[in-house]
Design a binder for this molecule. Sequence first.
Ligand SMILES: [Zn+2]
Ligand SMILES: [Zn+2]
Ligand SMILES: [Zn+2]
Length: 445
Amino acid sequence: MEASSLQSKNISTTQTTTSNLTTSSTRSSLPSQQKIKNKTKLDITSTSSKSYSKVPLDRYSIIQNQVLLSLIFKTNCEACRNRWSGNMNINKREGLFLILSFQCSICQNIITIETSPKIVASDRRDINVRSKISGHLCGIRHAGLVKLMGALNLPSPIQDERYSKWNRNLLIVVKSFTGRSMKKAVEETVAAENGTELMVSGDGFWQTRGFQSRHGAAALLSCNPTPKVLDIETCSALSIKTSNPAKYENIIRTHRCEKNYEKSSGTMESAAILTMFKRSVSKYGVYYTKYVGDGDSKTFPVLSKIVHYPGKEIKKIEDLNHFSKRMKRGLETIKREHGRKKLSDGKTIGGKNRLSVHNILRLQMTLASNIRKFKHDLDLLFKGSWAIFWHKYSTNDDPRHDYCSIDWCGYLKSVHDKTPYDHTSHAIRRPVLHAIKPVFNNLCS
Ligand SMILES: [Zn+2]
Ligand SMILES: [Zn+2]
Ligand SMILES: [Zn+2]
């Protein structure tokens, strides 16, 4: 009896304010002692409910309706005090949030419960905000969330229209935080550079889950030992649709094709970076006069053509790390593609004196140091890179060190010092080099 009465009181405390049920009328019929007791109980449950429960009360339990109903059947009606018997109804549903009602068939008293509290200072329900955020975190978006809820036999999440409206609201909140931190980053960079002409690099973040996603973001980062985000811009194919329908059609067409995926997202990234360049003066009072981009970037031509800083020119700074990273990626791709396939010498591509992880790293590092040495002369850079290839190609019978430099080539050094030299230990086997030659061709031409 005690437990069942507490149970119903607990439920009463979570009633919606718009509910037409008032417990005070039923309580007034109770003896005053009972009233005080109930009042105390209510205060305790509302202020220190933890003392009643070892379960975290802000968590959710997934309860099958059948189980919930049978629980109510085990209680007594708070109005007529008879063992409860009656109907359960859904009075309202909003995404995962429900208002459930239980009507006593004997006295017609109705108890209603809300399955999730309101978020402070808003009309949104905790569970709906949580489901939206979890959709973001898992990268499954609304359609994925609908499937998940369907499979779990839960109500479907908040409707798409409202969902995207909430996304906009969420974005506003996020923006006000990031806005302040970016402004601070700009001020720090201006102080460090001792002026308002800044060097920046652009970076794109693309939603890659499925080709339906046409949303992404681009950021501008300061270029110093501790790069900071100076500005961000979200971009979507849809925003381009309104401003440039022809371009939109092109993006959507290329977007469907995996091969062109990078190309179309690159177009949108360029558009977002352009937007940020255009507002640099009005937003921060600074000029992005040096842009660090990689060799393939389509962004710089757009920037130099469209952004107009009076009396100033935007310079492109080549991101040289890009070359050695591309070498590493190229080698890894070839290794992956070959897999367990046998080369002409009957062995697979990996292993000692072959394309091992260690050798990939060494090739990348050697190229990177070449780049640092020859960054002002692309011709020398390419020659130096081929030198690496032929140096590794060399054998005792067929040394190929014509492009090598005595600074780093052990063979040339030993020739100079008239000491013996053995290629066997550090050469890479020729069938392997034939397989990876395309990487050098792509890189150094
Ligand atoms: Zn009891
Ligand atoms: Zn009743
Ligand atoms: Zn050499």
